[in-house]
Each structure stands twice: as C-alpha cells, then as structure tokens.
Design a protein around this ligand. Structure first.
Ligand SMILES: Nc1ncnc2c1ncn2[C@@H]1O[C@H](COP(=O)(O)OP(=O)(O)O)[C@@H](O)[C@H]1O
Ligand SMILES: CC(=O)OP(=O)(O)O
Ligand SMILES: [Mg+2]
Length: 381
C-alpha cells in the first residue's frame, strides 16, 4: 500500500488530503481518501484561530495516521524558471523557493512553512514540491516576454511565469476525456475562477498563453486582486497620493478586485448583494465577467481553432450566472451557453453548451490535490 499526504498551504489556510493508492500510481486506480480537510483563518486574531501555519499543521498532522507514509506532496506556487517539473525537496530546493518569495508574497511563504513543518515532523519521508508555474514552461518566448528593456528584464527575472498550472493541466486533460477525444487534438481555454483566478489557452495539452504573469496579480479580476491595470496607476498613487510602495502592493493584492469594488471578496456574497439591488455589486460583477470575456476572445485568436471552454474552481464550478454573463454575446464565434444545462444542480464534469455547438462549453471540477499526489508518486517511485 502506498500512502501519500498532500498539503496545499494558502496565505491563510491549509488544505490537506491523505490518500491510499493500492497500485502505487494515482492514475491507475482511484485512490482512497483516508482524510481530508481545510484549516482556515490562520493568523487571524480570533478565538480558536491557529497562530500561524506551523501551529495549524502541527494540529492537522497530530490527527492523521501517518505511519508508513510514502511521500508528502506540496503545492508550491512560484517555481520561477528553475523548476519545469516536480522536485524532491532538499536544502537547495528550499533556498530556491525562498528566493522567489518577493514574486509570490501571498503564497510562497505559506508553501515553505508547510515544507518545513512536514520535514521536521516526518524526517526520512520524501517531500516533493509541485509547482503552479511548471505547466506554463511550454509558453513560447513571444508569449512569455514583457516588452520592456531586455537587459533589465533578464537581470531581474521579469518574465511571464503563469500560475494555477496544476489545475489547468488536470482540467484540460479531463475536458478531453469528457469530450471523448485525444488530448493532443483538443484546443481548450481553461478558466480557473477561485479566490485567485486565471485563464489559460491549452493547445493539445500544452499551455500556450496564460493570464497571470510575473506574479499571481495579473490578468482576471479576483476576490481581492485587481488583475490587469495600467502601470501608471502605481506611479500616480505613489507620486500624487503619496502612498508608499508597500501600501500600493497591499492595495492591489488584498484590497482590490471584488473586495475593492463591492466590499466583499466572496462570489456568493457578491451575488447575494447584486440580487438585492446593490449597484456596486452589480458593477463588480460586470467588470469581473467582462474581463473573462476579453481573455476568451484573445485566446480564441491565439489558438486559431477552439474546441472547448472549461470553467473550474469555486466560482467556475458553482456560479451559473458568471458562466452565462462571461460568455454572453459570443454566439457568432460558436460559443453559446444552454440556459437549462447551465443551471442544472448536477455536479461533476459536464457540457453546458447546446448539443452540436461548434465550441463545447464545459464545467470540470478541478482537483489540484489529486494531480499533486499523482505527480508526487511519479517522482518518488
Ligand atoms: N455556490 C457558489 N456560488 C458562487 N460562488 C461560489 C460558490 N461556492 C464557492 N464559490 C466561490 O468560490 C470562491 C473560492 O473558490 P476556491 O476554488 O475554493 O478558492 P481557493 O482554492 O483559491 O481558496 C469564492 O469566491 C466563493 O464565493
Ligand atoms: C496562484 C494563485 O493565485 O493561487 P490561489 O488561487 O490559491 O490564491
Ligand atoms: Mg485554489
């Protein structure tokens, strides 16, 4: 029996899953979930909230049957250009992840905390880092280059790295399976809409364009992040409003997006306010969906031929109103959402475009933990 623990440490949460894999390979037999869960509100000054990631992880691990563990798989958000594949964690790998903290300030510190606690509690068990960025290392130079002074860009690692790769990878694969077509023949736009959100153009299983760039701030509108904006906004806030650079960083990463526009970062809360006639919530919804539509148009042009558009993650899987609004008016492009199929309470992978539509619009639940377990066992076995 092979037992693998997956840790996905977010900025304020820890998601964990403990899996038993009879065959030793996740893709052969559906693994048995021994335990799974989420610890939230880490670091919040609230009764019962864990002080930090170390405390949260110690509590989680104390309650899990970890004897005979084969490996621990960790989600690591930023792997820079160093990591094109999952890596067995050693001191060099830890140092590389730490060097990338300035480019993923909400994520890499939490990922490191998870690695360090697991290493200390489970000496001798291999730890594997699975990087969000790795799937996007197939981007062409033209797709991954910012049009700034080339020497400066090279010196400081200014490059489009892309994120949510584990999710875009598994979701594009499961879209091909849903459509019963070989992955190599399917061009898909995957829309990962969670707290963080990103779009990806996937050509025959390879990432060719993605909306997050140097950091997970660029691209779509998110719960608390602005996504795309004119960089002059930053200069202006600094020079004219006198905001220190760290405050602007905090503004764009933690106080923008849906939270900044409507005072609520959670899509469920936003939809409830919009239904109650809140105009700020209605505007935030429009800005959010319009941004998605722009990327769909851009990536359709990028791919040339489009077979599928797939919604995933908390919002993508559960918010029919977002799916319908984001793709509204695109029927001339062969993109249409069937209202009945879109509104079905059915869960699981499904097609929500009308039968025979030129582009299959799909909903496919993401499963980053499953993909991390699979990649982890691929490295240690
Ligand atoms: N039933 C639902 N309707 C609308 N939005 C939902 C629903 N369930 C979850 N969400 C939204 O999904 C988002 C969280 O997505 P998730 O993928 O869990 O994020 P993350 O993994 O980045 O923490 C939140 O904005 C939440 O409001
Ligand atoms: C990369 C990223 O934005 O991750 P998350 O959606 O978990 O915040
Ligand atoms: Mg997520």
């Amino acid at each position: 029996m092979t037992r693998v623990l997956v840790l996905n440490c977010g900025s304020s949460s820890v998601k964990y899953r403990l899996l038993d894999v009879p065959s030793g390979r996740v893709d052969e037999v559906e693994p048995a979930v021994v335990a799974s869960g989420t610890v939230e509100r880490i670091g919040e000054d609230a009764p019962g909230a864990p002080r930090d990631h170390a405390e949260a992880l110690a509590t989680v691990m104390a309650g899990l049957p970890l004897d005979g563990l084969t490996a621990v798989g960790h989600r690591v958000v930023h792997g820079g250009l160093t990591f094109t594949a999952p890596a067995i964690v050693d001191d060099t790998v830890i140092a590389a992840i730490r060097e990338l903290v300035p480019l993923a300030p909400l994520h890499n510190p939490a990922n490191l905390a998870g690695i360090e606690v697991a290493r200390a509690l489970l000496p001798g068990v291999p730890q594997v880092a699975v990087f969000d960025t790795a799937f996007h290392r197939t981007l062409s130079p033209a797709a991954s280059t910012y049009a700034i002074d080339a020497e400066t860009a090279t010196r400081y690692g200014i490059h489009r790295y892309g994120f949510h790769g584990t999710s875009h990878a598994i979701v594009s694969r499961r879209t091909a399976t849903l459509l019963d077509r070989p992955l190599a023949e399917v061009n898909t736009i995957t829309l990962h809409l969670g707290n963080g959100a990103s779009a990806c153009a996937v050509e025959g299983g390879r990432s060719v364009a993605t909306s997050m760039g140097l950091s997970p701030l660029e691209g779509l509108v998110m719960g608390t992040r602005s996504g795309d904006l004119d960089p002059t906004i930053i200069f202006h806030l600094h020079r004219v409003a006198g905001m220190p650079i760290d405050e602007i960083d905090d503004l764009l990463n933690r106080r923008s997006g849906l939270a900044g526009l409507a005072g609520v970062n959670d899509m469920r809360g936003l939809l409830a306010r919009r239904a109650g006639g809140d105009r700020a919530a209605a505007l935030a919804f429009e800005v959010y969906c319009r941004r998605i539509r722009s990327y769909v148009g851009a990536y359709y042009a990028e791919l040339g031929r489009l077979d599928a558009i797939t919604f995933t993650a908390g919002v993508g899987e559960n918010a029919p109103a977002v799916r319908a609004a984001a793709l509204a008016g695109l029927d001339r492009l062969g993109i249409e959402v069937d209202p009945v199929r879109n509104d079905t309470p059915e869960r699981g992978a499904r097609v929500i475009s009308p039968p025979g539509a030129p582009v299959a619009v799909c909903v496919v639940p993401t499963d980053e933990e499953w993909e991390i377990a699979s990649q982890t066992l691929g490295v240690v076995s």
